[in-house]
Design a protein around this ligand. Structure first.
Ligand SMILES: N[C@@H](Cc1ccc(O)cc1)C(=O)NCC(=O)O
Length: 732
């Protein structure tokens, strides 16, 4: 296990790797492997929900449930990978085998997205959706097994490449490792949506999901090949038998033995694990103590991930109610997430080369656990920022009717103005082809409305919890039409658009993104979703047509009224009235940048440090297991999001953000107390001392046969504790 040569002055690192600038060359292959693997994972994940929705034709609920189940599975499988690596195959072989499983899964996904495979009637839609569903589910299962399984092994395997005196280099490795994760994920989350938007196919052209999954599959193969190329240079720690089974048996024995000796007549032992001394190796007991101490410290950590992982859900939803127009650049709500890896790529080097050295220069001992505590506080601040932004957004949101209320808007379809009297309101004069400025609020039920001069009164029924528009015909004695309007903001920052035809002839309306179909005279179309930016609508009646263009922001709803006076062949622009039913989002998406900044700074302090801490505090034979324990906190954090979202039905989103921030601060206080009592250890040193002592004992036993065993156990126990204590002196 010793270095081949001193990495500081020799040419070799641990194993057979050359040393370049103090770093073993072998880690180059490991970080490139991580870059490609994360590209593969995040690239596939970026289009997964859309694939479920538009290719497999699942509804929103099913698509999001399967997506979250998959993500949670990816963080549960690390336990499996770590056990296999530490107990059986070793990290190197586990990474190779599981990477093959992973690549097969990615290929299965790419194949499952080829619609032509089952499109025997060549109509553009797959004939056997079951085939595509089964293949993609098998693919996702293999990917979860692969990505989760190799995750704890790759990080720990990278750490293994460093010698005992390369602590600084190993810390830098974990930072570079994190940079590669984010470099890969940033590139892929930009590239795969573009690939998906391409059209491809043999018999018919469809959105190219197969390419969007195929490129990540290819990158996974590249990751595997790169990793194999480095094969000759790696230091490969041998697995040490079924360590997890030994650990479980040893803990079980300690508990049983403690229970058996619960009476006061038996002297107490320093640690409850010491009750396993009668049967188990003292080195194993010491190693289990190290792991348990770290695992105990992990208990509060899932709360950080609970907040962190909401940037993919709640914060993206928040962005859908914001304005993404950055001048030359228009940002879609889900693209805001890329701010995280971009900030990681800038913050990690700044922290490593500026902030941490500066703190050290000021004489402060900014230990890993202190960094993690600050990271948690920064995440809580991020959620306070999110709450402040939400309060701003709420001020701009329309007031929608409650379940007992109704809202009514008026639209005069005639070419003359009309006087309208609504109960409890002054008479209103509506000019020709105009709508009332806003909605009028009523209790749901029937109201009487008076029109015109001489006055004509008609009963109108208002649906509970509904927003409606009353279409007033040019001949007041004609039947009144009521439309049902939106009672929430359109999804994903899109604009909900519909047309009302005030002409005596049917009109067909279409645009590049939507077809409103044929709209009958004095009737209206359904809503269609239009993205932000300029849209040109073609209005057609028989062979005649004209165009109407307008610009859209984010999250608005409009009713476009086609005047009775419209003349085809001339300019349509003045013959269409845009009625704004829901205002476009006015709070700018740039206001989310502070919350992204704080959560990412928190991530750098918490996650990058935690990754290295989990490695450095783990005994040599349980490095991957502790990495898996770290990743398990991410899985639990994700489950908490699901549970809290279901249970805590807090009506105000800003209040939910404040609740999460407060919970994290409370957890952070608990964590800092736990961290205060934690003593840093040097597992290598402890293990070396134990091994030395065991060797000495063996020599002793040979020279003094027949010494009372009980005496020896007692003496050893005291000696071991002394050694353990000597090696565990630094606090928080
Ligand atoms: N910062 C995340 C990666 C990330 C990238 C892109 C997103 O839209 C969200 C998150 C990270 O480093 N995660 C750790 C990992 O191992 O993936």
């Amino acid at each position: 296990m010793a270095d081949k040569e001193d990495p500081k002055n020799g040419k070799m690192g641990k194993g057979k790797s050359k040393v370049v600038c103090g770093y073993p060359l072998s880690i180059f292959f490991i970080v490139v492997n991580e870059f490609c693997e994360r590209f593969s994972y995040y690239g596939m994940r970026a289009v997964l929900v859309l694939y479920f929705k538009y290719f497999l034709r699942w509804d929103d609920d099913l698509a999001t449930s399967i997506y979250h189940t998959f993500v949670a599975l990816c963080y549960l499988t690390p336990i499996l990978g770590a056990i296999v690596a530490d107990s059986w195959l070793g990290k190197f072989k586990t990474i190779i085998y599981l990477s093959i499983v992973y690549a097969v899964g990615q290929v299965a996904m790419a194949v499952s997205a080829i619609h032509d495979i089952t499109d025997s009637d060549r109509d553009g839609t797959p004939d056997s959706m079951t085939f595509h569903i089964v293949l993609s589910m098998v693919g996702l299962f293999l990917i979860a097994l692969g990505t989760g399984g190799i995750k704890p092994c790759v990080a720990a395997f990278g750490g293994d490449q460093f010698g005992e005196h390369q602590d600084r280099q190993r810390r830098t490795f974990f930072s570079v490792f994190y940079l590669c994760i984010n470099g890969g994920s940033l590139l892929s989350t930009i590239i795969t949506p573009v690939l998906r938007a391409q059209e491809c196919g043999i018999y018919s052209k469809q959105k190219c999901y197969s390419l969007a999954f195929g490129v990540p599959a290819a990158l996974m193969v590249v990751a595997l090949v790169v990793f194999i190329i480095g094969s000759g240079m790696y230091y490969k720690a041998e697995p040490q038998g079924n360590i997890m089974l030994d650990v479980c048996k040893c803990i079980g024995f300690a508990i049983k033995n403690r229970y058996r000796h619960r009476s006061k007549q038996y002297p107490k032992r320093q640690h409850w694990m010491d009750w396993a001394e009668e049967k188990y190796d003292k080195l194993l007991i010491a190693q289990i103590k190290m792991v348990l101490k770290v695992l105990f410290l992990y208990i509060p950590l899932p709360m950080f991930w609970t907040l962190f992982d909401q940037k993919g859900s709640r914060w993206t939803l928040q962005a859908t109610t914001m304005d993404g127009n950055f001048g030359a650049l228009v940002i879609q709500p889900d693209q805001m997430q890329t701010v995280n890896p971009i900030l990681i790529l800038t913050l990690v080097p700044i922290m490593d080369s500026l902030i941490y050295p500066l703190i050290k220069k000021c004489g402060l001992n900014f230990t890993p656990l202190k960094r993690m505590t600050v990271g948690m506080l920064l995440a809580a601040i991020a959620f306070v920022c999110a709450a402040l932004v939400q309060i701003q957004i709420d001020k701009t949101l329309p007031t929608f009717p409650s379940t007992s209320q109704s809202q009514l808007k008026l639209l005069n379809m005639g070419s003359n103005s009309v006087t309208v009297k609504l109960p409890g309101n002054d008479a209103l004069i509506l000019p020709a082809a105009q709508a009332s400025n806003d909605y009028y609020m009523f209790q749901a039920g029937q109201i009487d409305i008076s029109f015109g001069n001489p006055e004509m009164t008609k009963p109108v029924t208002l649906g509970s919890g509904q927003r409606q528009t009353l279409l007033i015909p040019s001949t007041l004695s004609d039947e009144l039409q009521m439309t049902n309007d939106l009672t929430s903001k359109p999804q994903e920052g899109n604009n909900a658009i519909r047309f009302v035809n005030g002409m005596k002839t049917a009109v067909n309306v279409s645009t590049a993104a939507a077809d409103f179909g044929l709209i009958e005279p004095f009737y209206y179309s359904n809503y269609s979703q239009i993205k932000n930016g300029k849209a040109t609508f073609t209005l057609r009646s028989g062979s005649q047509s004209c165009e109407y263009s307008t610009n859209f922001g984010f999250g608005s709803s409009y009713t476009f009224f086609i005047h009775s006076t419209l003349v085809f062949g001339s300019n349509c622009q003045d013959s269409v009235t845009a009625v704004e039913d829901i205002k476009p989002n006015s709070v700018h998406m740039a206001l989310q940048i502070p919350q992204y900044f704080f959560i990412t700074a928190g991530e750098v302090m918490f996650s990058v440090t935690g990754l290295e801490f989990s490695y450095s505090q783990a005994p040599s034979n349980m490095k991957a297991v502790l990495q898996a324990g770290w990743l398990f906190t991410v899985a639990i954090g994700n489950f908490i999001v699901l549970i809290v979202a279901e249970l805590a039905k807090i009506p105000k989103q800003w209040a939910e953000y404040v609740l999460f921030a407060s919970l994290l601060v409370a957890v952070c206080v608990i964590f800092s107390i736990m961290a205060y009592f934690y003593t840093y250890i040097d597992p290598t040193e402890i293990e070396a001392q134990f091994k030395k002592k065991i060797n000495e004992d063996d020599e002793d036993d040979k020279s003094k046969p027949g010494k009372a065993e009980v005496e020896m156990v007692k003496r050893d126990s005291i000696k071991c504790h002394d050694e353990y204590d000597k090696a565990t002196q630094t606090k928080m």
